[in-house]
Design a protein around this ligand. Sequence first.
Ligand code: S3P
Length: 180
Amino acid sequence: MKIYLVGFMGCGKTTVGRELARRLERPFFDLDELVEAAEEMTIKELFGEKGEPYFRKRERDILRSTRYLAAGVVATGGGTFTFDDNIQFIQAEGLSIYLSVPFNVLINRIGDKAAERPLFRDDLATHELYTSRLRYYKMSDLALDIRESETIPEVVERILLELPKATFDSPLGGNRWRNS
Ligand code: S3P
């Protein structure tokens, strides 16, 4: 079973993913962390020194390497699931779950960590980026509307309740889950 968490910056892909993997007793992977480890620099440094196209290439390569995982939970970056080839890859490999969080909540959450995120500029530009990406995020297998007050364990509990249904409803049926 491979699960890919998708959604905008600050929606909780990493924290939810880590807890979900713990509950499912499966390994957890964070694409941004894997890119940082492979490049031996932070995402911010990578954008600054080599530019966004290079980052996207490395993000793509490392996403493709998850093909060799039998099972696990993968937290993607906010831009990963906005490129057609990445979307197709994820759709073929596992179950995608979109953590849908209202924009005002995201802005509050990102707060002073905004400096670490090269694509977080001012609120207006970030809002434009957010709205332009919704149509991609909605292509995921399962969308979860997350309330501001909801805790990480509560979100994970909800995902665990939705999983059997999401598996059954997915276009490829249970095929993508057969590796356990
Ligand atoms: C990006 C989101 C970041 C990181 C990079 C680009 C994006 O990940 O991959 O800064 O395009 O939205 P998070 O969503 O984990 O912040």
